[in-house]
Ligand binder design. Structure first.
Ligand code: MIC
Ligand code: SF4
Length: 642
């Protein structure tokens, strides 16, 4: 067996591991972050379960940190108290980005992790099966429920050679994105193998696993080997290590080979992580801003390389350089070894250990600016400045370009400065709060920003209305439910947020949906790529959207739609998509009967402007029951065993 199969087999509670077939796995650990967490905990509370049933569940505060009004702090208080009440660890604001802290403090090779954030696969770097999902799926897992998914195909990426100086792990994943595209990983687990793997440290593997999310992959896995042991031991966690590797005769559904020695620095140009070009080919572009950090590139090693490059140099006069360390542990280590002083001396604006600019929480670039970021997404508008051109690059490319003021290939910039990795980091878990043994007496504090979330109801009879909008391919969750410094504080307030649903595509969408009493969304390929945010389903639900008619869907968003009772229908004939238009009438006769038949493989008859369109609803019997119950929450309440 390969690693992915071993991890799945050891957690399998349902299904037979045939690619595409439905399986269910037991979840050992969960994580939430604050922008998806409030909703996940409201949903968990609605399930009426006293205490989480996982081995470990952690609630992080890392996204909503601006606190420009009382909303963020209200949400922090709610999450802190609800976590304590239900047996969940709490990572306080300032402790770091969820994926970085989870990897450092809680990753356990061989275990499963489900997180309400699409970059949860980061912990695949330590031999975990780590999957991103919607908040409701995570809430169910916290309650002890299994996680259901389609058995992925396993794609082996065989690494040979070794990275050259100034070429980084980021360049490996950018190369894979260039080859496979943002849809290339859909329905797959990306498993790394080959002699090149042991040349990569766990933080480097984490960069690669993290951005596997941009391929659309279910997750990414690396073996657990001596490098994994080294990583855990340096953090006082050798007891959590166990080996995990693929059998010599393991079989894969697909193979890709990358010779690490052949790679050069790469950049993803706006507005998609797969719009990749070698830095050498596009070098010379004048740069206004450089942002280093995010869950992709904010490890101790990343920032040591940056400090080495900046040592004794200064950022160019026209460049604003920000640095967000991934965790308090990273920041403390940099402070103790003097690297922080080098960053400050070079003119870096050191931000707190949080997502920050990656999710548009501050540091929006100037109009038409060029921003180089070590992050994982450069979707349209995500930086807070729609006219900005955001390039995704390695920390090395970012640091060198910050000094020269133009996009610069770091290979042309001289030797890579060496640095030491401590054999033992100073461990300080003072900002991680363990839950009390009995949370019974804890009062959950709900500020005025916490509003009830919309609840789906079981579909009855014929669904009809208008196509409220017609969209193209690769619509991201940042289009569907934008997140910026103005909107992110309202993640606990769907009625308010819904006013901005699909606004980057059409500002009038929300008002039109409300005026027409709901309707349908028509879209192209890969609808809903990107974030796990359930709000991209909850806002349409609030606006009365009954179904999304698309050519294809991204995995997490498709599940989020179904979990919230919205039908994800797929065109079987592109001509029907071409013929559909905004304002067309849409009718799905006897929806419950058609949903039931779809689970048996029958096509769904959807009339667009009175003309039948070929559509399918690719669902399992369980998904049929979820849709017929009016979403996962209703279904879970109906099926609770205790
Ligand atoms: C993101 O990177 O888009 C986020 C913000 O971390 C999201 C979660 C969210 O929308 O709250 C993700 O990747 O799932
Ligand atoms: Fe935070 Fe950005 Fe990572 Fe999302 S991608 S978890 S916003 S750092």
């Amino acid at each position: 067996m390969n690693i992915a199969q071993k991890l799945i087999k050891s957690h399998l509670v349902h299904g037979d591991m045939t690619p595409g077939g439905e399986i269910a796995i037991r979840i050992d650990q969960t994580l939430t972050q604050d922008s998806t967490g409030t909703m996940a905990y409201l949903q968990f509370e609605a399930m009426g379960i006293d205490r989480v049933k996982t081995k470990r569940s952690v609630a992080y505060i890392d996204h909503n940190m601006l606190q420009s009004g009382s909303e963020n702090a209200d949400d922090h208080k709610y999450i802190r108290t609800v976590a304590a009440k239900h047996g969940i660890w709490f990572s306080r604001p300032g402790n770091g980005i969820c994926h970085q802290v989870q990897l450092e403090r809680f990753s356990v090779p061989g275990q499963t992790l489900l997180g309400s954030d699409s970059h949860t696969p980061t912990c695949g770097a330590a031999g975990m099966l780590a999957i991103g999902a919607g908040g409701l799926d995570v809430a169910v897992a916290m309650g002890g429920g299994a996680y259901y998914l389609a058995m992925p195909r396993v794609c082996r990426v065989y690494l040979t050679g070794e990275l050259n100086k100034m070429v980084a792990a980021k360049d490996v994943i950018l190369e894979l994105l260039r080859r496979m595209s943002v849809k290339g990983g859909v329905g797959k687990i990306i498993e790394y193998a080959g002699p090149g793997v042991k040349t990569l440290s766990v933080p480097e593997r984490a960069t690669i696993a993290n951005m596997g999310a941009e391929l659309g992959a279910t997750t990414t896995v690396f073996p657990s080997d001596e490098r994994t042991y080294e990583f855990l031991a340096a953090r006082g966690r050798e007891a959590d290590w166990s080996p995990l590797c693929a059998d010599a005769d393991a079989v894969y559904d697909e193979e890709v080979e990358i010779d690490l020695s052949s790679l050069h620095p790469m950049a993803a140009q706006h507005h998609s992580p797969d719009n990749v070009a070698p830095v050498a080919e596009i070098a010379g572009i004048k740069v206004d801003q450089v942002c280093i950090g995010s869950c992709t590139n904010s490890s101790f090693c990343d920032l040591m390389r940056v400090a080495g490059i900046l040592d004794g140099r200064h950022v160019a006069p026209d460049v604003s350089l920000t640095i967000s360390p991934g965790s308090r542990q990273v920041l403390k280590a940099l402070a103790m070894n003097g690297a922080l002083a080098k960053l400050v001396a070079a003119g870096a604006r050191v931000l707190e250990c949080a997502c920050g600019p990656c999710i548009g929480m501050g540091q929006a670039p100037a109009t038409n600016a060029v921003s180089l970021r070590t992050f994982n997404r450069n979707f349209y508008g995500r930086s807070g400045t729609p006219s900005a051109s955001v390039y995704l690059v390695s920390p090395e490319t970012a640091a060198v370009s910050a000094v020269t003021g133009v996009l610069t290939d770091p290979e042309t910039y001289g030797a890579e400065p060496p640095y030491d990795v401590p054999e033992r980091f100073t461990i300080d878990d003072g900002m991680l709060i363990a839950p009390p043994a009995d949370g019974g007496g804890i009062e959950v504090v709900r500020g005025p920003n916490i509003k009830p979330f919309p609840r789906a109801s079981a579909p009855a009879g014929t669904l009809s209305g208008e196509a409220l909008i017609k969209l193209g391919d690769n619509i991201t969750t940042d289009h569907i439910m934008p997140s910026n410094a103005k909107l992110l504080p309202f993640r606990s307030n769907v009625p308010f947020l819904a006013n901005f649903c699909l606004a980057p595509c059409d500002e009038g969408f929300a008002a039109r949906a409300l005026e027409k009493g709901g309707g349908f969304i028509v879209a192209g390929e890969n609808y809903g790529q990107g974030s796990s945010r359930e709000h991209a389903a909850l806002a349409p639900l609030y606006l009365g959207v009954k179904a999304v008619l698309a050519k294809s869907f991204a995995r997490i968003h498709r599940a989020n739609l179904m979990n919230n009772g919205i039908l994800p229908l797929e065109f079987t004939d592109d001509a029907d998509y071409d013929a559909a238009c905004e304002g067309c009438s849409v009718e799905i006769e006897d929806a419950p009967a058609q949903i039931a038949a779809a689970a048996e493989g029958a096509p769904v008859v959807v009339k667009i402007n009175g003309r039948p369109a070929g559509m399918k609803l690719d669902i399992t019997p369980r998904q049929r029951d979820i849709l017929l119950a009016g979403g996962l929450l209703n279904y879970t309440r109906e099926h609770r065993e205790d």
